[in-house]
Each structure stands twice: as structure tokens, then as C-alpha cells.
Design a binder for this molecule. Structure first.
Ligand code: 0D3
Ligand code: CA
Ligand code: ZN
Ligand code: ZN
Length: 478
């Protein structure tokens, strides 16, 4: 029998139950989640020879790595697997490699495919289910020569059903949360069939999962697509959609499905969104901030985290770490003293503590004391030694006193007076190890605070350690 596409790496059901009834000892599944997480992100190596589930339980390495992780997330450095720590790991699960690797490419040979909704969910009206399925197939049909037709009586290529727990295909569902659905690769019989877990809250509110998003993903599997490592792709292995956001196929999804079926003769009016490439010589940033030992770079829906201990700079969705922080940011900084992170977009700002947006946010940036003509800011630059934050807006610089919670007298000043040689408007700025780094387009300008001048110009993505030749740019005058 064919195996469905399962995402087996984390037992969310067990995890969710443990949240409701916290126990003092973590379960085997929680330990396994933590171990895998620390292996992947903190270079943790469990003691060789001991059984996997037991490894690391009492080893010092595990506790030390766990503390390192807790420090980064601004959690109590207990070295214990408490609920907040597990929640933070769970958010990052998207970075976990998908353990299921089939490798085989299978596709339908017919370009007109039929589907049948063999039963309906108890959570959604049949008409709504039909409408959402039609819309989900349309996304794939728009970029390929494929056509999808719904059948009501005769057997179809693709059977769509809702099931609870065991439904006799060797892959029982796990109740609310965890696995949301699965699908079989193209083929006869059960091949191409899609099963949804009917215990999910299939609604469009923020607690449930959007049926439409899951359907687009599962239909991708039913067409023969594997999981994608691109966090911007619909075929990314973990659900990471922002509530109410428009769901669309990414550049990678389109490329993958067109490899199997070719293009649609009608070209789309706008190209699918591309996940930014860290080695693109034209790469620019929306915002850059220091976060404990890391420097975090923001672009569109994504961020890169450079940690001195990580060998590679990885890309993730902003929402995989901070679920209610907006994308396409203007500026961001960490207030080290209060352990809060502040994000700016347009006229609003969001304050985040221990990964959660604090109550009553977002709020208006007028709180900081900007004049009414400042509709948005370009960049924020925090100095934790002096508790000052400089905000850049057009050709102006505003200096804010974090202790007094007000703008310092005499500001705004012209950037050309306060930061001589720095062009405007800037995209982003960050202070790191005694230097200030300004980002303007695909350039990074290093500013010496003592000399009060720019001392170095490099490409904006210098931090990403891209190979020589991949980021050759013209450093001409700006
Ligand atoms: C799944 O259930 C996928 C389905 C999926 C994945 C990404 C986008 C839409 C649908 C099985 S093929 N993944 C699990 C998941 O994301 C790991 N569960 C929800 C959660 O966040 N806990
Ligand atoms: Ca489930
Ligand atoms: Zn099934
Ligand atoms: Zn999947």
C-alpha cells in the first residue's frame, strides 16, 4: 500500500494535552522534540550509545544547550523543559527538516482530473467546502494545463474525505492539532486521495486552521509534489499561514508543479512571490536588529538570524517566531534592559515580550513623541549602554530616551549633522560591537562612532557569508 504524506516528526497531540495538564516531568515526546530542536539549532549532540529517547535527559550538554536557547528567547534560564520553552520550540518546528523523503516523482498522465467530495466535515457547510475546494484546485490550474472537475456519483481520480482517528489506511489521525490532513501520491485506487482530520477546528478564526490553506497544500501532494524547504512555499511541511492573509502559490510551488505538468498557456498578470535569496547581490533589508547575541535581518515575510554559533544563516518566516508581528516591517530593535522587542510598520508599533505581542498593541508611534507629520519611520538604532534609541525618518533623526520615555530636547536633527556622511533615506540600522551599520539598498555602510564617519562599504548581505563571486556588486558612489 502506498504511504500517505505524513509529517511524523513531532507529536503535537501529546504536546497539546501536556499544555492543558502540565506535569512536572516532560514526556518522552517532549524530550524528543527538545532534543531534535537543540540538535538542529544549537549543535547539541546526544550521548552516543544511549537510546535516543533517553539521551540528554541528565546530560549536562542538554541543560547547557537548553539554557542557551532559553536565553535567546528571553525565557527564564532554568535549564528545564517548561511550557514556555516547549512553546518556543514548537513555533520553530518549521525549521525542522522533514523526515519523510520519498524521492520518487509520480504524476498524473491525464490533464483533466476528477475529484469527489465523498463526505463532509461536521465543522463546515457542504456549500462552503465545495467552494473552498474549487478555489484551491483553481490555484494549481492557473499555473498548469490541468483542469479539475467535480464528480458527485461516479468514482473520481481524487477522493476527498474527512475522517477521525483510525480510518484504515495505516495512518490514523491524531485528534485536534498535530497532523491536519494527508494525501496520497498520484496513482490508481487510493492514489491521489486526500483525507482531512475532522477533529480540526476547520474555521477561519484565529484558533482553527484554514481549510483553504490546508486544501491547497494537500492538493499539491495529490498532484505529486513533495514538501519544500522554502518557508515561503505552500508546500512547506508545517502550517505557517497568517490568519486572513491571501494564500497564494509561491514561485517555488509554481516551479515545482510546472516541472511535472508544464505551464498554462495564459500567463499570470503578476509573477508568484519569490522567497528572497540571501546571496542575491541586489538584496536589501526592511529592518535589522540586534537580538541578544544575534543580528536579525528582516525582508518581506522573512527573517535571517545570524548567531555566532550557527554555521549557516537560516531563513524563517517572521511569524514562525512572533506569530502576531506584521510582515514588511519598517524598523525593529530590542530594548535590552526591558527585554522587549519593538517592531514598526507605518504609523503603528508592536511591543513583544517572551515571544508574545503585549496587551494593547499595536499602538500609534505618536507615543514616542514624534510630530504628527511623521507617518512612518525608516530605521531604529538602539544603544543599550546609554538607553537611547535613534529613529530615522527621511532626512531627520530623532533621539529617544528609553528611561525617561521621551524624545531628547533638540531633536529632530538633520541626519547630515548628526550622522555625517550617511545618505538618506536609509532602510535599516543596527549597532554591533562598537560600530553602527547602516543599510541603504544593497549596501552596508559601517560608521565609526569616534571618527564620526563611514569607514567601510560592503554589500548589504556581507553577514550571510555568501561565496566569492556570488555577491559581486558595484560599490560605486551613492
Ligand atoms: C501537516 O498536518 C501537513 C499539512 C499541512 C502542512 C502545511 C500547510 C498546510 C497543511 C501534513 S501533509 N503538518 C503538521 C502541521 O502543520 C505538522 N500541524 C499544525 C501545527 O501547526 N501544529
Ligand atoms: Ca490532527
Ligand atoms: Zn487517511
Ligand atoms: Zn504535507
Amino acid at each position: 500500500m502506498r504511504r500517505p504524506w505524513l509529517c511524523v516528526f513531532v507529536q503535537f497531540g501529546v504536546f497539546l494535552r501536556s499544555l492543558a495538564f502540565p506535569t512536572s516531568r516532560p514526556s518522552d515526546d517532549q524530550l524528543e522534540l527538545a532534543e531534535r530542536y537543540l540538535e538542529k539549532f544549537y549543535n547539541f549532540r546526544p550521548n552516543a550509545g544511549r537510546p535516543r529517547r533517553m539521551a540528554g535527559v541528565s546530560s549536562e550538554g542538554f541543560t547547557a544547550k537548553l539554557k542557551e536557547m532559553q536565553h535567546f528567547f528571553g525565557l527564564a534560564e532554568s535549564g528545564k523543559l517548561d511550557q514556555l520553552t516547549l512553546a518556543a520550540m514548537r513555533r520553530e518546528r518549521c525549521g525542522l527538516s522533514d523526515t519523510e523523503q520519498f524521492g520518487e516523482t509520480v504524476r498524473w498522465t491525464s490533464y483533466t482530473l476528477t475529484y469527489r467530495i465523498s463526505n463532509y466535515s461536521t465543522k463546515m457547510r457542504p456549500s462552503q467546502t465545495r467552494r473552498l475546494c474549487r478555489a484551491a484546485w483553481r490555484l494549481w490550474a492557473q499555473v498548469t494545463p490541468l483542469k479539475f472537475k467535480r464528480r458527485t456519483r461516479r468514482e473520481a481520480d481524487i477522493e476527498i474525505s474527512f475522517y477521525n482517528k483510525d480510518h484504515e489506511d495505516g495512518a490514523p489521525f491524531d485528534g485536534k492539532g498535530g497532523i491536519l490532513a494527508h494525501a496520497f501520491l498520484p496513482g490508481p485506487g487510493i492514489g491521489g486521495d486526500v483525507h482531512f482530520d475532522d477533529e480540526e477546528d476547520w474555521t477561519n478564526n484565529s484558533t482553527g486552521y484554514e481549510f483553504f490553506a490546508v486544501a491547497v497544500h494537500e492538493f499539491g501532494h495529490a498532484l505529486g509534489l513533495e514538501h519544500s524547504s522554502d518557508p515561503g512555499a505552500v508546500m512547506f511541511p508545517a502550517y505557517n499561514f497568517v490568519p486572513h492573509a491571501d494564500i497564494e502559490l509561491s514561485f517555488q510551488d509554481v516551479k515545482d508543479v510546472q516541472k511535472l505538468y508544464g505551464e498554462n498557456s495564459i500567463k499570470p498578470d503578476k509573477p508568484p512571490p519569490k522567497t528572497p535569496d540571501k546571496c542575491d547581490p541586489g538584496l536589501s533589508f526592511d529592518a535589522v536588529m540586534r537580538l541578544q547575541q544575534e543580528v536579525v535581518f528582516f525582508k518581506d515575510r522573512f527573517m535571517w538570524r545570524t548567531h555566532p554559533k550557527f554555521k549557516e544563516v537560516g531563513i524563517t518566516l517572521i511569524t514562525s517566531l512572533w506569530s502576531h508581528v506584521p510582515m514588511y516591517l519598517d524598523a525593529a530593535y530590542e530594548n535590552v534592559a526591558s527585554r522587549t522587542v519593538v517592531f514598526f510598520k507605518g504609523s503603528m508599533y508592536w511591543k513583544v515580550k517572551a515571544l508574545e505581542v503585549m496587551d494593547n498593541y499595536p499602538r500609534s508611534i505618536s507615543d514616542f513623541g514624534f510630530s504628527i507629520r511623521i507617518k512612518s519611520i525608516d530605521a531604529a538604532l538602539h544603544f543599550h549602554e546609554t538607553q537611547h534609541t535613534d529613529f530615522f525618518a527621511g532626512d531627520e533623526c530623532w533621539r529617544y530616551d528609553e528611561e525617561q520615555k521621551r524624545m531628547i530636547d533638540g531633536y529632530p536633527k538633520m541626519i547630515s549633522d548628526e550622522w555625517p556622511g550617511v545618505p538618506f533615506p536609509i532602510d535599516a540600522s543596527v549597532a554591533y560591537e562598537g560600530h553602527v551599520h547602516f543599510f541603504v539598498g544593497n549596501l552596508q555602510l559601517e560608521y565609526d562612532l569616534n571618527l564620526r564617519q563611514i569607514t567601510n562599504k560592503t554589500s548589504a548581505n556581507t553577514w550571510f557569508k555568501c561565496g566569492i563571486g556570488t555577491n559581486m556588486i558595484n560599490y560605486g558612489t551613492i
